[in-house]
Design a protein around this ligand. Structure first.
Ligand code: PLP
Length: 243
């Protein structure tokens, strides 16, 4: 970890906080209403340690194995820190056991089968003492219903929510969505906010709306996002692998 990188991350974080504050101010929201999830996929553990030093506490990962390795590395680098890890990518059912011991929230639940697999893994982690309670989840909503990009479409949203609500080892916290590529972000986040409102009407505990990334977080905040997931704007294009 060079000093130069530390300064870069500190500056990027400051600009990002200013941007979030400005987006909130524009619609009369308080910046505390919008959590910042630092997406650290493909970013080395040293950067996560630096971001912890800079006051961030919640990190997003999208590959189970890479994340599991990083969680261990970060714990070695900052043994006294208490990072929270959110899983934000497509999760295969055979990988749920890799994340269950340490994941704070899974934001990408989009099927009954994945919910059931997570519930089983969460129960097992509680039984063996690696977790201390139900696993908080968000339902990943697909605005355009394109199955390739993950997410449950309108037709299945409330049914999936009812199912998750019925799983004692899961806790339904809200909705997550990615604006479709090439779509008008204003229309996309309006549709996402509408889905979040319908979910909340049926499940009052589902208050979280994880929406907005580097390119569109301002629009997402305007439409009620409670958590923005920011990678590039915070960590730059730095990558530990070629993907
Ligand atoms: C990578 C990723 C992000 C962050 O995207 P940036 O454009 O780098 O800010 C947010 N959400 C999900 C689901 C991601 O996979």
């Amino acid at each position: 970890m060079t000093e130069e990188r530390r300064v870069e991350l500190a500056q990027r974080l400051e600009s990002l906080r200013e941007r979030i504050a400005a987006a909130c101010a524009a619609v009369g929201r308080h910046p505390d209403e919008v959590a910042l999830l630092a997406v650290t996929k493909t970013v080395p553990a040293e950067d996560v340690a630096t971001l912890l030093d800079l006051g961030l506490a919640t990190f997003g990962e999208n590959r189970a194995q890479e994340a599991a390795t990083k969680v261990t590395e970060v714990a070695k680098l900052r043994p006294d820190a208490l990072p929270r890890w959110h899983f934000v990518g497509g999760l295969q059912r055979n990988k749920v056991r890799v994340v269950a011991p340490w994941v704070t929230r899974v934001e990408s639940v989009d099927s009954v089968r994945l919910a059931d697999a997570l519930a089983t893994a969460a129960r097992r982690a509680v039984d063996d003492g690696t977790r201390d309670g139900p696993l908080p989840v968000l339902l990943q909503y697909s605005v355009d219903g394109d199955p390739k990009r993950g997410g449950v479409s309108d037709a299945g949203l409330l049914e999936l929510a009812d199912h998750v609500e019925g799983c004692p080892d899961l806790r339904l916290d809200g909705l997550m969505a990615v604006a479709p590529l090439g779509a008008d972000p204003d229309a996309a986040f309006a549709a996402i906010a509408d889905a979040a409102a319908r979910l909340r009407a049926a499940h009052p505990g589902a208050t979280e709306l994880s929406a907005g990334m580097s390119a569109d977080l301002d629009v997402a905040i305007r439409h009620g996002s409670t958590s923005v997931r920011v990678g590039t704007a915070l960590v730059g294009e730095r990558r530990i692998t070629s993907r």
